[in-house]
Ligand binder design. Structure first.
Ligand code: ZN
Length: 476
């Protein structure tokens, strides 16, 4: 019995290796584009940030993703896992509403009403691209595999899923996104770059392990099965023609993450203090600037964004705004680091503050002389909606006058203390002659019709570079 099963195992293995060898030759063309090269995709990220209205426009391909498909996009690993949208939503030949991405095809399923389920909810599943595109390959089958903390055996297909691939599968949508495993892990050459990777095939996907990206969203890379499938099937070319951004409508909009900082200082104990929650360490800040620079971002001021929206003044590629609130003296460390790198920022200054070490008037003047934007954050940092309008007016227009006296030129941008504002406050800010009012609504979309409710993405308490990258890319 023991010998027999060993022999069966051996025979089985040699047969399957033989088949794999043949099929690798036969299918090398088919799989030539399954994954991108080993470097993470160069995403012009600013254009990808989710809009609060539930629409994301992919500027590279000119397509919109919204509703359940957008929710599913983020729930199943976002850009790293799904890639760019290649089409709008459309009805496929089976009448299903679908949308094609580089690495997946989303399908919207509407279950029918039953006695058990009188109000069925629509749900999204990824098309079975792994099964379709690997049809004819024999990946064998493992009988009675084990399940433990690091491994899960799927009797449905006779394969096990382990370690990093298991974690990725579980964390990014599981069955509805990837389906059951069709193979074990094995080494396979990716003809796109000639490198051999550990891969595993699934009903809806193909995983490729990239240890050189350990700890990033690109550690596991998915095959470009969506792209491959549409190339192998006859789709109407009109589906791939860039569409109009649904975000624009009649209004101009632009995605620029406005990264909001407060203190740049080493953390003190106790670690969970309020001050620490508004502090980025000098070392982390330097790392963030280096990351922005290495990834092709260009810093712009709030006024530059406003000029783009109002007058069509050009913005650089991958624009990002660094926003420093309150004028703390410890922000001068950031000023130096930005100057070394030729970067700019907007500083929202409290003009009559005096309790914690603030920048001096001379230092604020120097900021302005160095080309940073100096903007207003009121005279004393009050809650504007909780005070009489006359008081608000003094804070809003008086701080503008204070700064203009100091700097000798108009001050154009304003930020609401605590993000506290309403339509009446917005109107005062506009009446005082500012071009814009920055709130703390956490998204990256700036719009011509919302100049007095501009967004911000807080990075005030970011502790790791990965968190920072995620805020820049996705606003979360
Ligand atoms: Zn503030």
């Amino acid at each position: 019995m023991h010998l027999a099963s060993q022999r069966t195992g051996f025979l089985f293995r040699s047969r399957s290796l033989y088949l794999v060898a043949i099929l690798l030759v036969a299918q090398s063309f088919l799989f030539a584009t399954t994954t991108q090269a080993a470097t993470p995709p160069n995403d012009s990220t600013a254009s990808y940030l989710p809009d609060p209205g539930g629409i994301r426009f992919f500027i590279d391909t000119g397509h919109n993703v919204s509703g359940l498909f957008l929710q599913n996009y983020y729930a199943t690993g976002g850009l790293a896992a799904n890639g760019l949208a290649l089409t709008e939503e459309f009805k496929d030949k089976d009448g299903l509403t679908v949308q094609v991405f580089e690495r997946a095809i989303f399908e919207l399923h509407q279950p029918s009403q039953t006695g058990d389920n009188p109000r069925p909810q629509p749900y999204v599943e990824h098309k079975l691209l792994g099964s379709i595109l690997s049809a004819g390959r024999d990946f064998g089958r493992v009988e009675n595999g084990i399940t433990n903390a690091e491994t899960r055996y799927f009797s449905e297909t006779g394969h096990t899923l382990s370690h990093g691939f298991l974690a990725y599968w579980q964390n990014n949508g599981g069955l509805s996104a990837f389906g059951y495993p069709l193979s074990e892990e094995f080494s396979e050459e990716n003809p796109a770059d000639g490198q051999t990777y550990t891969v595993q095939y699934f009903e809806r996907s193909r995983f490729e392990y990239h240890p050189e990206h350990a700890g990033t969203p690109y550690e596991v890379q998915l095959g470009l099965l969506g792209r491959q499938y549409v190339e192998a099937n006859s789709y109407d070319p009109a589906l791939f023609v860039p569409a109009k951004s649904l975000l624009l409508g009649s209004q101009q909009a632009v995605a620029v993450p406005s990264l909001m900082y407060h203190h740049i200082r080493d953390l003190s104990s106790p670690l969970n203090s309020d001050l620490n929650n508004y502090s980025v360490t000098p070392a982390a800040f330097v790392q963030q600037l280096d990351w922005l620079q290495a990834n092709g971002y260009h810093t712009v001021t709030v006024s530059q964004i406003t000029d783009y929206l109002k007058y069509g003044a050009p913005l650089p590629s991958k624009p990002v705004n660094l926003r420093f609130d309150d004028g703390w003296a410890n922000q001068l460390f950031a000023v130096n680091e930005m100057k070394k790198r030729g970067m700019t920022a907007t500083f929202f200054i409290i003009t009559q503050a005096s309790t914690y070490p603030y920048m001096t008037h001379e230092q604020v003047k120097q900021l302005d002389a160095d080309g940073f934007e100096v903007a207003s954050h009121t005279r004393n940092h009050p809650f504007l909606t909780k005070n009489p309008a006359a008081f608000g007016w003094d804070q809003i227009s008086g701080s503008k006058a204070d700064l203009e006296k100091l700097l000798g030129h108009p001050v154009r941008s304003f930020a609401y203390p605590y993000g506290d504002h309403n339509a009446a406050i917005d109107a005062l800010v506009q009446k005082a002659g500012y071009d814009s009012g920055a709130g703390i609504e956490a998204n990256a979309y700036w719009r011509t019709n919302r100049l007095f409710n501009e967004p911000a993405i807080s990075v005030s308490n970011v502790r790791t570079l990965n968190t920072f990258i995620s805020r820049v890319r996705y606003g979360l």
